[in-house]
Write a protein that binds this ligand. Structure first.
Ligand SMILES: [Zn+2]
Length: 160
């Protein structure tokens, strides 16, 4: 860290402490060349991740919201909290890896659905019915048909 007075790069930290709210570290530094002191703050870089809803509205990505949706879909199914947390982590990692700051809700829903589908088809259909907002019974039944077909070679297919 360069000294702001003489630009020397020879400085030392004389004190380091968390700020009251714990979101940053405050450091007192001393220039070894001119002896003057200055303060630096270190904070975590938070890349905001926003979700674009179907109606075009933007809101902050909310892990809790996704988790709650999954929990609701998994009610009375044998899916552990850890498995749900894994899905939430997977989805968040996947969208952050894209380095996009705005993601349509559909993308989030689809990622979560893919993962859920591997675990439990009933939970998957429940979740899909909320996320895809099936407009009518037909589109819902189509989804079920697709599942049945794809489930023929799959033991969990008997759930439907
Ligand atoms: Zn200096």
């Amino acid at each position: 860290m360069k000294c702001p007075f003489c630009s020397s790069t020879d400085t030392k930290v004389t004190d380091s402490r968390d700020t009251d709210d714990g979101t940053s570290v405050r450091r007192r530094r001393q220039c070894l060349y001119c002896d003057r002191r200055f303060t630096t703050y270190e904070t975590v870089e938070k890349a905001p991740l926003r979700v674009i809803k179907k109606n075009g509205a933007h809101e902050m990505f909310d892990r809790n919201k996704l988790r709650n949706g999954l929990i609701r879909a998994c009610e009375k199914r044998s899916i552990s909290s850890n498995q749900i947390e894994d899905i939430v982590n997977y989805v968040e990692r996947a969208i952050r890896n894209e380095l996009k700051q705005e993601v349509p809700t559909e993308v989030i829903g689809n990622l979560a659905m893919q993962e859920l589908r591997k675990l439990d088809q009933v939970a998957y259909v429940r979740f899909a019915s909320v996320y895809r907002e099936f407009k009518d019974l037909d589109s819902f039944m189509n989804e079920l048909e697709n599942l049945k077909k794809s489930g023929k070679n799959n033991k969990t297919g008997e759930l439907l």
